[in-house]
Design a binder for this molecule. Structure first.
Ligand SMILES: [Zn+2]
Length: 83
């Protein structure tokens, strides 16, 4: 088991979990499921080890057939919507 240490945002406890992850790579969005990662029990921030991050990029570069491809709805906010 990897020791993640406390969350660098809120100081909460980070635990080993398997998570779903959105990952952007060269302008494309990928979704990985069941990824081993640290999750802050307080704020939900996810932490990847360098090894897992490398594995994700390796899989993007080498995977021929993805388990699933889903359409993602995209919306561009109109300029009249302001803070
Ligand atoms: Zn946190």
């Amino acid at each position: 088991m990897h020791k993640y240490g406390d969350c660098s945002f809120c100081g909460g406890e980070v635990k080993d979990e398997r998570v779903e992850l959105d990952y952007r790579y060269k302008g494309e969005l990928y979704i990985f499921r069941e990824v081993p990662a640290g999750v802050c029990q307080q704020c939900g921030e996810k932490y990847l080890t360098a090894k897992v991050a490398r594995e994700i990029e390796r899989r993007i570069q080498t995977k021929g057939k993805w388990d699933k491809t889903i359409p993602i709805p995209v919306d561009v906010f109109p300029e009249r919507v302001t803070v």
